[in-house]
Ligand binder design. Sequence first.
Ligand code: AMP
Ligand code: MG
Length: 404
Amino acid sequence: MYNDLDYEKAREVLLGAACTVGTERVKLSECAGRVLAQELIAEDNVPAFDRSPYDGYALRSADTAYATRKNPVRLAITEEIPAGSVASKALRPGFAAKILTGAPIPEGADAVIMFEKTEFTAECVSVFEPVKPGDNIVTAGEDVKKGEMLASPGDIIDPALAGTLAAQGVAEPLVYKRPRVAVISTGSELVEADCAPAPGKIRNTNRYTFEAALRRIGCEPVYMGIAGDGVETIADMLNKALEGCDAVLTTGGVSVGDYDLTPAAMEKCGAEILIRGVKMKPGMACAYAERGGKLIFGLSGNPASSLTSFYAVAAPALRKLCGRADCLPRVFSVGVSVEFKKKSPVTRFLRGRLYIDGSRARMELSSRQGNAVLSSAIGCDMMAIVPAGTPPLSGESTLKGFLV
Ligand code: AMP
Ligand code: MG
């Protein structure tokens, strides 16, 4: 067990212990945001044939070599080729075929001229300038060439990948199963959101925060309920969660007070504690454990601390569980104007919003950064990292940050 780990090391330990939970085939129309579990190597050229990008006339460019405004070249129209059909015959010298956008170029033709550049009747088209070979022809494979590697396991199916899978005829791609992550709220003070809290009680907000956070990563949250503050009750719920789910996320009971019993409950149900405490603020108190290859993310009860731990430490491992290749957040430099009076003896995470000022990334810091101030995290899309040992911040600073 590691005590008080650096947050990057904590991430690494959890990443090392996380693995995917199997694969399944899912209808492409339901695949948005899912994680691909197969390679996609092009079996077909896209487009499969040379085609016209405009409505116009397919012709032989050599026929137009001497065309001028004064002496146009007149070509006899052989047929019309709408999108979805093919020419009935090859194009001979002196002829043109009317062609519509998306239709295949007839054999013999080597260029297309747009309607707008011609004069035409039903029988004949006049061309007023030479057309170069290849003009207005989209060649086969312009988008995708047969044999090209298009996607790999771990890629998220974004709109363009969904369309590209369709272009290759993959109607049911192989994707990683969504990991089922149990959510347990500990604390005798908690009541559910639809209850009026009696004196001293509070509504369970973490449940909803983490159901949403897990979904956003690609996990399927499975809410287990409120475990009080007893080792037995928490351990019972952990056992149930570990039986039916691929990982567990708990909140509360990970500090060092009399009622902080989550680590003891983890051990009672046979889990090994991997990390106890991470050197970061907020989110110092935590307990990450593992049983039978399943991770237990024991976060603090404080709503903003636990969300910080989630983004900074837990999320990479959860992304790996989902099969995602982009587990670690990409770090970038961000300008921030900040008055932060506290020293940062350990790594500190500040929440805020990214915006672009001219061409520079800047962060608008949330005004209240307290452990329990959840509302100040609404709309926050990034965290800035204040390195350990930084004195109070005043004025303009450049910090590293990542999107959450
Ligand atoms: P703990 O980590 O259990 O010591 O809790 C720290 C603080 O977070 C306490 O003020 C708790 O009341 C609060 N808290 C714990 N769990 C939740 C929860 N599920 N929703 C909202 N607040 C919570
Ligand atoms: Mg508690």
